[in-house]
Write a protein that binds this ligand. Structure first.
Ligand code: MRU
Length: 360
C-alpha cells in the first residue's frame, strides 16, 4: 500500500504499513520525534483522543486506517455476522473520539458506505477494499491541500505579514496543510511573506508544531503569545489572518481552535481580512449554525500545567473548551480546493457542493 511521501525532511504525521498505523507523536514535538505504533483500532482511538495525532483532516485519515486495520484483522472470519458487528462497533468507537471536527465523521461514514456496498462479497474482499479506501482518503487529502494552497496564495500580497493560529500544516493533515498550505505556496511563489504564529494556549499547537514546521521548511516565522495578537496588528505588521477549521456550518460559521474567534474580532477591528482555509470535507451543510456544534471540552490539566509543571494553584476551577465559533459575518472568505468562497455563505456553500470544477 503506497503512502503519501512527506514533502520535506520531516517525518510524516502518519504512515501506513499494513496492518499497522505509525503516528508521529505530536504531544512530544518539537523536542522529540517519537513514533507511536497503532496495532488495533482501539489504539488508533486512544491516539486521536490523546492528541498523538490531531488536526481535522489528519484524525479523519487516521480513523479510516483504524477501520481498515480491523477489517484486515478479521478478514479470515467465516462468521460474516461477527465481522460486521465488530466493524460497526469499531466505527462507532472511532467516530466518538473527538466530537467537533466533522472530517472524522465524514471519513468514517465514507468507510462504512464503501464496506456496506460490498457486503455480498465477504470479509476478505471488503477488507481489501477498505485498505484502498483509506489510502484514497489520505491521497485525496494531499491533492486537496495543494489546490487550497494554490487558490489561497492568490489572496496573499507580496511582502505580507500573515497571522495564523493553531497548526494547520503537514502535521494536521496527511501532508502539506490547509492554511499553512496557503502560506507554503505563497512562500514558494517568492512572495517574501512573514508569518506570525500564535502559540495557541493551552495545547500550544502554534508554539510546538507550527513554529517547528515552518522553521524546518525555511518559512520566516515569529512566534507570539496569543495575547500579543492585537498589539502586532495595531503596529501594522499583519496584512491578513488565515486559519483552518474543524467544521464550517451551512450558514458559514467557522468552528476552529479556541482563540480563533478573538482573532477574527481583532482582525475586523483593524480592518484586516480574515480568511479560513478548509476542504469541502470540513464543510457541514447538515448543521445549520455554529451554535449547533458540540464543542469538545478537554481536561483542565491542559490549562493548569505546561508539560508536567503546574502553573496554577491546585484545585482551581478550570474551563477548557478546545474550539470556538467565529460567526460568518467576521469571515472575509473561505478558501477551498475548488476556489475562494465569499458571502453570502449559505448560497455560496450550496453552490460549492454542486460544483464539479473550480468555481473561479
Ligand atoms: O485540537 P486540534 O489540534 O485537533 O485542533 C486543530 C485545529 O483547530 C485546526 O485549526 C483544524 O483542525 C484544521 S487543521 C487543517
Amino acid at each position: 500500500m503506497s503512502n503519501v511521501e512527506a514533502r520535506s525532511g520531516r517525518p510524516p504525521a502518519m504512515r501506513w504499513e499494513a496492518p499497522y498505523l505509525y503516528l508521529l507523536d505530536q504531544r512530544r514535538l518539537p523536542h522529540t520525534c517519537d513514533t507511536v505504533t497503532c496495532r488495533t483500532p482501539e489504539e488508533v482511538a486512544d491516539a486521536i483522543r490523546s492528541m498523538v495525532v490531531r488536526g481535522a483532516p489528519a484524525i479523519g485519515a487516521a480513523a479510516a486506517y483504524g477501520v481498515a486495520m480491523e477489517a484486515l484483522r478479521l478478514r479470515e472470519l467465516d462468521d460474516a455476522d461477527s465481522f460486521w458487528r465488530r466493524l460497526e462497533s469499531v466505527m462507532r468507537e472511532l467516530v466518538a473520539t473527538r466530537p467537533t471536527a466533522v472530517n472524522l465523521a465524514w471519513a468514517i461514514e465514507r468507510m462504512g458506505e464503501r464496506a456496506r456496498s460490498m457486503r455480498s462479497q465477504g470479509p476478505a474482499a471488503v477488507a481489501r477494499e477498505l485498505e484502498l479506501e483509506a489510502a484514497a482518503i489520505a491521497q485525496e487529502d494531499v491533492e486537496t491541500n495543494l489546490a487550497i494552497g494554490r487558490h489561497g496564495a492568490a489572496l496573499v500580497p507580496t511582502g505580507a505579514g500573515v497571522l495564523t493560529h493553531c497548526n494547520t500544516g503537514a502535521l494536521a493533515t496527511v501532508d502539506y496543510g490547509t492554511a499553512i498550505g496557503v502560506i507554503r505556496v505563497a512562500h514558494e511563489e517568492g512572495k517574501g511573506i512573514h508569518v506570525y504564529a500564535g502559540e495557541t494556549r493551552p495545547f500550544l499547537q502554534g508554539a510546538r508544531l507550527t513554529a517547528w514546521e515552518l522553521q524546518q521548511d525555511g518559512i520566516p516565522v515569529t512566534l507570539i503569545a496569543d495575547s500579543a495578537a492585537g498589539a502586532v496588528m495595531s503596529r501594522g505588521a499583519v496584512d491578513l489572518v488565515i486559519v483552518g477549521a474543524d467544521r464550517v456550518t451551512a450558514n458559514g460559521d467557522v468552528v476552529n481552535k479556541i482563540g480563533t474567534y478573538a482573532l477574527a474580532v481583532l482582525a475586523q477591528a483593524h480592518g484586516i481580512p480574515f480568511y479560513v482555509a478548509a476542504p469541502r470535507t470540513t464543510i457541514d451543510l447538515r448543521t445549520a449554525t455554529g451554535a449547533d456544534v458540540t464543542i469538545e471540552e478537554r481536561d483542565g490539566r491542559e490549562v493548569t500545567h505546561i508539560g508536567d509543571v503546574a502553573i496554577a494553584p491546585e484545585g482551581v476551577n478550570v474551563y477548557n473548551p478546545a474550539f470556538d465559533v467565529t460567526p460568518a459575518s467576521l469571515v472575509t472568505a473561505l478558501v477551498t480546493e475548488l476556489g475562494v468562497v465569499r458571502p453570502p455563505y449559505p448560497e455560496a456553500l450550496r453552490r460549492l457542493f454542486e460544483a464539479q470544477h473550480d468555481i473561479e
